[in-house]
Design a protein around this ligand. Structure first.
Ligand code: UDP
Length: 240
């Protein structure tokens, strides 16, 4: 059961529950994919029906940003809390480093996925990374074939939204993988090129502010984010 947040279904799970749910998808037959909507996703899904339906068809949709949690509260459908994609990914990495499931890293600028792979292998002994590719490819087929040949069980798809969600929904089943997770800029974090906010900032729900201070060029993108709260108030007042 998902909670509807302005047209996008979100699973109301704690981070630990989300990691357990993601791991159990790996044990099921067939292909599954996970999305990590933040306020930017929800705002663009409002106008982009293809993106909205791919988000809503995901097997797991985790609330990535504090704005989603606030919007849910305003709507009168509170969520348990945030389950950031990067934390979900780390939990999953810990699990698969024990289970032996293989991982393919797709996305980011050339060289980033390789650096991320090296750092992750050091951080999670036993982790099996079976392939990497940057996210600036023209044709999908060679990438699908590479993932298939690498016999990947899990693919981290880090192409930015909505590209990564559309890519997973369309191509994921052809890769032979069991699970794909859309993780935006996570490879840049794992490669050490982008720093996450200190824990105190994360706990205070201010990760977005830290990011803005570090990357002021995101102001254009981020200035629209309070709109999700305005939309949530509007929907609540309108009785939706
Ligand atoms: N990216 C990519 N291919 C593209 C466009 C973007 O691999 O065609 C990568 C980009 O290099 C970055 C990630 O996708 O590593 C997305 O970053 P963004 O800042 O949009 O994601 P967020 O951090 O907001 O999740």
């Amino acid at each position: 059961m998902k909670t509807d947040i302005l047209g996008v279904g979100i699973n109301d799970l704690t981070l630990d529950e989300a990691i357990a749910a993601g791991s159990s998808l790996l044990e099921q037959e067939g292909f599954h994919y996970v999305v990590t909507p933040n306020p930017e996703f929800i705002l663009s899904a409002k106008k982009d029906s293809a993106f909205r339906s791919v988000l809503n068809q995901a097997d797991l949709a985790l609330p990535d940003g504090i704005g989603v949690v606030y919007a849910a509260k305003i709507l009168g459908r509170p969520l348990k809390g945030r389950a950031p994609g990067v934390d979900f990914a780390q939990g999953l990495l810990r699990r698969i480093s024990h289970t032996g499931n293989s991982l393919y890293l797709l996305g980011a600028k050339p060289g980033v996925a390789e650096q991320a792979a090296e750092n992750l292998r050091n951080a999670f002994p036993g982790l099996l990374i079976c392939g990497t590719h940057d996210g600036y490819f023209k044709a999908d087929e060679p990438i699908i074939e590479d993932i298939r040949a690498a016999k990947a069980d899990v693919v981290f798809v880090c192409l930015g939204a909505p590209k990564q969600e559309l890519w997973m929904a369309q191509n994921g089943p052809k890769t032979g993988a069991k699970l794909a997770v859309g993780l935006g800029g996570c490879l840049d974090v794992f490669a050490g090129n982008v720093q996450r906010a200190p824990e105190a900032w994360q706990k205070a729900g201010l990760e977005w502010l830290y990011r803005l201070i570090k990357e002021p060029s995101r102001i254009g993108r981020m200035s629209k984010l309070p709109l999700i709260l305005v939309d949530a108030f509007g929907a609540r007042l309108g009785g939706k």
